[in-house]
Design a protein around this ligand. Structure first.
Ligand SMILES: Cc1ncc(COP(=O)(O)O)c(C=O)c1O
Length: 382
């Protein structure tokens, strides 16, 4: 009868207080009450994105924001470059492939971050570049790409090209700031570091991207961002919003505000460090090197037999849910989420479970080893 500890890289745990906020009862969205809620959300959401422009809130999952960015910011015949370093870069490529864009794929070895200088070389010779798409965190490998550096490369190459970032598994956990990092369009979703259930997606754009949206003739209806930004001028949404999730969103933004963004980033970094040092102490391999590692998710490598055994034991005997590898990494890694409503104590919980599982499996005493390494990593940072 134990409650499951949800350490997947999305969905992530939701706080009891957020569930309570979402159970206030449904109310109409063409009301002053909704307008007040929407306005209040904007005031708190914009600083999280690092912009003072309105952030469109869509009642749909993260992928809708990826597609919205494409169909609003790219026209037929435009060249787009997609940085593909895993499954979610592949999703961008998949979406783009359904439209009449000239799609160029910049492949990055899975488990590595894009190298800005190599990317600079790659861009040479791409005509009519309209936009470059990348993940912030490629959730399937646990890499965090160097956004500010990549943005500089894109804008050096063509000033009016758009740099578009999928931060579904990063925003609210990694220090990303649209204006500072010169990101033209930043999209995200609700069920990861945003500490909400699935069902909301977010799209923020700067003036340059907004201009393109207003000029673009590309077909779209439900995902037409022009309608969202127009409605936001009067604190409405074009279609019926998920009012209940809006109530939750208001609550999580209050939580982030109270903790402070700075501290939120420190907490995520601390969890990452604890986990990485603990994993090393258990003689397991980390897929991603230190400089490229995301503060929101960590991929752990071992033999297929150990991976299957660990995942199974965690689930069945410790009630800890983690994610496996996807596509090429299926069966080769487990991915441990550490974003959103997760805390250092949760890292200690999974590391102590891993100590036990591996001690028994390998017939070697790991008790206390990972916990010591994790706690020392916190102590060193204090
Ligand atoms: C980086 C990234 N992009 C996009 C998505 C897709 O989001 P959704 O499943 O909410 O549509 C995910 C979901 O895991 C993700 O991690």
């Amino acid at each position: 009868m134990q409650e499951e500890l949800l350490l997947t890289p999305g969905p992530t745990p939701v706080a009891r207080r957020t569930y309570q906020a979402m159970s206030q009862g449904i109310f109409g969205h063409r009301t002053n009450r909704f307008k007040a809620l929407s306005a209040d959300i904007q005031n708190k959401l914009q600083p999280l994105f690092g912009t003072d422009h309105p952030v469109a809130v869509l009642t749909s999952s993260g992928t809708s924001a990826l597609e919205a960015a494409m169909v609003n910011l790219v026209d037929d015949g435009d060249s787009v470059v997609i940085i593909v370093s895993g499954v979610f870069g592949g999703k961008f490529a998949d979406i783009a492939g359904r439209y009449n864009f000239k799609v160029h794929i910049y492949d990055v070895t899975w488990g590595q971050a894009a190298d800005p200088e190599a990317f600079r070389e790659y861009l040479n010779g791409i005509d009519n570049l309209a936009a470059v798409f990348t993940q912030a965190c490629e959730t399937s490998t646990s890499v965090l790409h160097p956004l500010a550096e990549l943005s500089k490369v894109v804008h050096d190459y063509k000033e009016d090209a758009l740099f578009i970032v999928d931060a579904v598994s990063a925003l609210g956990g990694a220090d990303i700031h649209m204006d500072r990092d010169k990101i033209d369009c930043l999209v995200s979703g609700s069920q990861k570091a945003m500490m909400l259930p699935p069902g909301l997606a977010f799209v923020a754009v700067n003036d340059k991207a907004l201009g393109k949206i207003n000029r673009s003739a590309h077909g779209r209806y439900y995902l037409d961002l022009k309608m969202y930004f127009k409605s936001l001028e009067v604190d409405y949404t074009p279609q019926t919003p998920a009012v209940t999730l809006y109530q939750g969103l208001d609550d999580v933004l209050n939580m982030i505000h109270d903790e402070t963004l700075e501290q939120v980033y420190v907490r995520h970094k601390n969890m990452q460090k604890m986990l990485r040092r603990g994993i090393e102490a258990l003689e397991l391999e980390l897929l991603v090197k230190e400089e490229d590692a995301s503060p929101t998710v960590t991929a752990v490598k071992s033999s297929p037999e150990e991976i299957a055994h660990i995942k199974d034991e965690l689930e069945n005997n410790y009630h800890i849910a983690v994610a496996g590898g996807q596509k090429d990494l299926a069966g080769k890694i487990i991915r441990i989420g550490h974003m959103g409503f997760m805390f250092p104590k949760d890292m200690l919980a999974i590391l102590s479970a891993l100590e036990d599982i591996l001690s028994r499996l390998r017939n070697k005493n790991y008790y206390g080893k990972a916990l010591t390494a994790a706690q020392e990593s916190l102590y060193e940072q204090a």
